[in-house]
Design a protein around this ligand. Sequence first.
Ligand code: ADP
Ligand code: MG
Length: 321
Amino acid sequence: MKEFKVIERFFTGRGQNRRDVVVNIGDDCALVAPAENKSLAISCDTLVENTHFYPDIPPKALGYKCLAVNLSDLASMGAEPAWMTLALTLPDVDEAWLAEFSQGLSDIAEYYGVSLIGGDTTRGPRSITITVHGQVPEQKAMTRDGARNGDWIYVTGTLGDSAVGLKLIAGELDCDISAEAKHYLINRHYYPSPRVLAGQSLRNLASSAIDISDGILGDIKHVLKRSEVGAVINVEQLPLSDELVNAVGQEQAINYALSGGEDYELLFTVPESQRGALETTLAHAGVSFTQIGQICTGDKLKLLRNGDSFAPTNLAFEHFS
Ligand code: ADP
Ligand code: MG
């Protein structure tokens, strides 16, 4: 199968059919018509075989995930997804693999209203790069630099599931949990939920936001640095799923929640004055959220457990790190 046939069969017309796409796949450039009074939000992520995923990842999960991780970046800034390009490098043309991959990609693109408007197809070691474009009302994007002393720190969803899901996939975790629980943890790794609606809802409430891709211990430091503040996190407040706690026990669950990667939840800060509005606002986005600490002066991150200082165990992830 020739390159243009691959594009035509698997990638033309994928995702949502948007009226603001002026010229679609098939010309030298795509043309889009951005909305007035909005800023473009642009983000790019690459997934490389053996670095970010195992060769035997279900192609549907890979197609889903490579867009999900990009959408998570748009979510953290409160942007609405619109268009994407796909740079695909593959060792060969495997039609069954391509059919599943493009299905996974199309499913999530349609769900979030993203149109695939162009890309590049090359031969080589398997790697996928997506550039996603979103729109956000001018001056309304959430950034990492707005956290202030006294703001409350929240996260969406639950933390640590994905890292344990990866351990299960790799066959490195022996635990006595139900098949459903294993399935849940593995799917949290393969099919993360980018918090796109929550991000948009938080635009007028949150003082800062970031998506959690490397574990909150690492990611919150970006917020602290850019905002020139410190923080206290109460680890007993970290949101843990029952599946996670049953799989690895309470102590390890906390460590996974702190430094396991690929949660793709949002971490955001909210000033005291906006706390009341948070409940109603996020209820509409259909996602749970949990207060886990508070911003303070200084530049340090302090971990407490029931008021006593807490030292996390280094999980020493050997995967992909
Ligand atoms: P050019 O040689 O002008 O760069 P290509 O032959 O690479 O163009 O691509 C032809 C058209 O197909 C372009 O519109 C390009 O954006 C699109 N395209 C190529 N690969 C992909 C892909 N993997 N997914 C989506 N669109 C693609
Ligand atoms: Mg050209």
